[in-house]
Write a protein that binds this ligand. Structure first.
Ligand code: ZN
Length: 67
């Protein structure tokens, strides 16, 4: 079993950006299995770099959008 196979629940309104504390919409997972959460602003700002160092970069903005 590796960290990459762990099923992770969708982000909720309680998940917060690691940088600024705003609601998180993007989950980035490092090879070691630890998670980083980002709001839209910080996800965009760091996206290029994050995609190189993370194994998962999930943008859940669309799924999390509420009416
Ligand atoms: Zn942020």
């Amino acid at each position: 079993m590796t960290p990459t196979t762990i099923e992770r629940p969708p982000l909720t309104a309680f998940d917060r950006c690691d940088r600024c504390g705003a609601q998180a919409f993007v989950r980035a997972v490092l090879p070691g299995g630890s998670e980083l959460l980002f709001c839209r602003h910080h996800a965009r700002k760091h996206e290029d770099r994050l995609r190189k160092v993370t194994i998962t970069f999930e943008d859940e903005a669309e799924r999390s959008a509420s009416p």
